[in-house]
Each structure stands twice: as structure tokens, then as C-alpha cells.
Design a protein around this ligand. Structure first.
Ligand code: 0WE
Length: 261
């Protein structure tokens, strides 16, 4: 038996929110969960992204459950978890890898954030975890693991991250409160704080290439994070190896977060 035959998530049933294309962090973690033996269902946001996900998830078998879901619509979330109950009967893993703030809110001053941009950023990027967790809980009858993605801009000022930083702070606090509520049910809730990644969400952010270069020069490991490394951390958090880990923000950033200058 080879080392790759070790399947820490064998028999686990999971749902993944946030795959847009092959560069998505959600896709990196989904592949790692799949390789570790999990059976996965996926949601996609809008018809625009349906073809992408069909092509990607098709590799996991033609019967892979794919469901449309706008995380700001309660009816969409209700339908997703109803179908998960029908198809899987139970749920063990949930990946939340969803964020959005209106473009203009990520460009100028935080001071100028509109009420609507603030609301949308928090609804999509933070409340959606709570909305998913509440619906997933009754399906996690044997305990479970929920994982979300965050970024250091929640803790320190990263110029232009603006309202997303405030929304990620709300997300990280939500992780702690959910961990408290769900611990008695053996459901763990954690966040991965990733270094910057070259994904669709990062594309077009002015100065993003410079930001990758900055991390490469200043992170203790002197490089950027690989998608497969987020995958491996996702497998750890989902596995029994992390059975005593909940409510945490785990930095997977090549050590950048420890630096004071
Ligand atoms: O969380 C993020 C980005 C999430 C994101 C990206 C976009 C781009 C397109 C949320 N909303 C939008 N809205 C859009 O219209 N990251 C951690 C990546 C990121 O984004 C930044 C960063 C980093 C790092 C924006 C400004 C400064 C740094």
C-alpha cells in the first residue's frame, strides 16, 4: 500500500461553496478533500459559472451533485440543504470560500464606504457562513467540520482591502461564536487565513502582483502559498487529526503574519 492510499476523509460527505474556476481556493481544497476520500457536492453562483463547475466536478463522476446557489438568497440555501439531505442523508464537511465587496469599495478610502457596499460585503462574506452553518447543523448527525477562508486584512490594515477587512473580522468572530454553539454537537468550525493567491477574486485588483512580490520578499519562508498547501490544510481541519481544533484562525501564509516589520 502506497502512502497516497491513506484516505483520512474516506466515507465523509461534504459540500463546497465557492468554486468559480480551476484557480479557485475552493477548488484546491475540494480536490484535496476528494483525494482524501470524501464524496463532494458543489454549489455555483449563477448560470455564468455553471459550465466551469460542470467541467471541473465532472472529474469526480457524472453523478456529482451540482446546485445553483446565491448565498444572499435564503430560498437557494434552503434548496441546497434539502437536496443534500435527499442525496447524502447526512453531512460531515462544509467549505465556505465565498466573498464579495463592490469593486468601488476596494479602490478608494475605507472612509467612503457606502451603507450598501458595507451591507453587501457583510451579507455575502460573513453572514453567509452563519446561514449555511444553521442549515448544515441538523445534517451533521455524526459531528462535522466547517471550514471558511479569511485574510490578514481582518486584523491589520492592508491598503484598499477596506470593507472586506471589516467583513473578514466579522467572519472570524462568527467562526468563534459558531464553534461555541456547535461544539456540543461535535461540529468544529475553523478558518484558514491564506496568504494572497492568484485567483479570479484577486485578478484586476491594482497592485496585486506587487503584493505577491512583497510576500515573497518578506514572509519567513520567502515565497507565496501554493493552492495544494491550502488543500492539505483543508484536509487536516476536516480530518480526525484536528478533532480538538475549533474556533481557530489558522495562518497558511508562509509565516507572514508573525512579522512586525
Ligand atoms: O478576500 C480577498 C478578495 C475578495 C474580493 C475580491 C473582489 C474583486 C472583484 C471581494 N470582492 C471583490 N469584488 C470585486 O468586484 N482577498 C484576500 C484578495 C485580496 O483582495 C484585495 C487584496 C487581497 C489580498 C483587495 C485589496 C487589497 C488586497
Amino acid at each position: 500500500m502506497g502512502i497516497m492510499d491513506f484516505k483520512p476523509l474516506s466515507g465523509k460527505l461534504g459540500v463546497v461553496f465557492g468554486v468559480a474556476n480551476k484557480h479557485s481556493i475552493a477548488w484546491a481544497i475540494a480536490q484535496a478533500w476528494h483525494d482524501a476520500g470524501a464524496k463532494l457536492a458543489f454549489t455555483y453562483q449563477g448560470e455564468r459559472l455553471k459550465e466551469n463547475i460542470e467541467e471541473l466536478a465532472g472529474a469526480f463522476g457524472a453523478d456529482t451533485l451540482l446546485m445553483p446557489c446565491d448565498v444572499t438568497h435564503d430560498e437557494d440555501l434552503d434548496a441546497v440543504f434539502a437536496r443534500l439531505k435527499e442525496s447524502f442523508g447526512r453531512l460531515d464537511l462544509l467549505l465556505h470560500s465565498v466573498a464579495f465587496a463592490p469593486r468601488e469599495a476596494l479602490e478608494g478610502r475605507f472612509l467612503d464606504t457606502s451603507r450598501e457596499a458595507f451591507r453587501v460585503a457583510h451579507d455575502v462574506s460573513a453572514y453567509s457562513l452563519v446561514a449555511m452553518a444553521r442549515r448544515a447543523t441538523p445534517l451533521m448527525t455524526q459531528g462535522g467540520s466547517m471550514v471558511t477562508m479569511t485574510y490578514y486584512g481582518s486584523v491589520k490594515v492592508v491598503p484598499h482591502y477596506n470593507v472586506m477587512g471589516v467583513a473578514k473580522a466579522a467572519l472570524e468572530a462568527s467562526v468563534r461564536y459558531l464553534a461555541h454553539d456547535l461544539g456540543p454537537k461535535k461540529i468544529r468550525v475553523n478558518a484558514i487565513s491564506s496568504g494572497p493567491m492568484n485567483t479570479l477574486a484577486a485578478r484586476g485588483i491594482s497592485g496585486f502582483t506587487l503584493m505577491l512580490k512583497h510576500y515573497e520578499e518578506h514572509a519567513p519562508l520567502r515565497r507565496n502559498v501554493e493552492p495544494s498547501e491550502l488543500g492539505a490544510t483543508g484536509v487536516f481541519l476536516a480530518s480526525d487529526g484536528a478533532a480538538a481544533v475549533t474556533g481557530q484562525v489558522l495562518y497558511v501564509d508562509c509565516g507572514y503574519e508573525v512579522m512586525g516589520m
